[in-house]
Design a protein around this ligand. Sequence first.
Ligand SMILES: NC(=O)c1ccc[n+]([C@@H]2O[C@H](COP(=O)([O-])OP(=O)(O)OC[C@H]3O[C@@H](n4cnc5c(N)ncnc54)[C@H](O)[C@@H]3O)[C@@H](O)[C@H]2O)c1
Length: 260
Amino acid sequence: MGLMDGKQGLIVGVANDRSYAFHIAKALTEHGATCAYAHIPGDKNARRTGKAAEKIAPDPWLHPCDAGSDDDLDALFQQYKKDFARLDFLVHSIAFADRDWLQPGKFCVTPRQAYLDAVDISAYTLSAMAGRAKDQMASNGGGSIMAMSYYGAEKVIPGYNVMGVAKAALESTSRYLASELGEHGIRVNTISGGYLRTLASSAVGGVDQMEQAAREKAPLRRPVEGSDVGNTAVFLASDLGAGVTGENIYVDCGMSILGA
Ligand SMILES: NC(=O)c1ccc[n+]([C@@H]2O[C@H](COP(=O)([O-])OP(=O)(O)OC[C@H]3O[C@@H](n4cnc5c(N)ncnc54)[C@H](O)[C@@H]3O)[C@@H](O)[C@H]2O)c1
């Protein structure tokens, strides 16, 4: 008997089999859940997400969605509701910032629109998705919403720049959502993952030494693995996490506790 038997939910953010969202979906599926997937519009993106999702389970449900479009978000959640009886979990594992501004020394010259786009796609969309998920989740007694954050929300990481601002907004958004949706049985949390080599993380300048730093300095003396975050996601999505909401859980082999 799996922790997630009978549970169904939506995963937003599988670009390929290195994505944090892939590891989360894999762990949830291994524990008995059924995962549906949203991908960036376009045939190539559909193929990429589909190929990764097929490694987890056959015939994945896929739907295009540019999270920057309200129409796309409406269509995604409406179609999901037509095709699935339950929405027990929602995984927000997306972020975007123009890489031109993700360099040390570029924060104070980040243009207004680049700043707003980063906060829009990386933080506002959590609220936009939660609002659309609420009724279906609530109709089955509640659910679990989670989003991926990073330590750069709290402390200055060289080159993380506007993405740090967006992650701070994401974590705060999660707390306000947790407060507002709790009465419907909906829990909202963030997972602050350690550095993992993915498409998104390769866009951030000044992080080449991250893995080595984790091997040398992290209390667990290793970099985080995708499965570390996947297993924490299972805890949050399952009844084991029933009393946890509005939290930010570090899954970073202890890097964030270090002062020097
Ligand atoms: N990799 C790391 O070191 C690390 C550490 C902590 C947190 N995170 C966070 O994890 C999450 C997933 O990133 P990842 O590292 O797995 O990289 P990834 O590139 O595999 O995933 C990023 C996802 O964001 C999606 N995305 C971007 N703009 C979008 C839009 N407008 N609409 C819909 N989807 C959009 C991409 O399609 C992709 O699937 C992000 O929030 C990232 O900030 C990553």
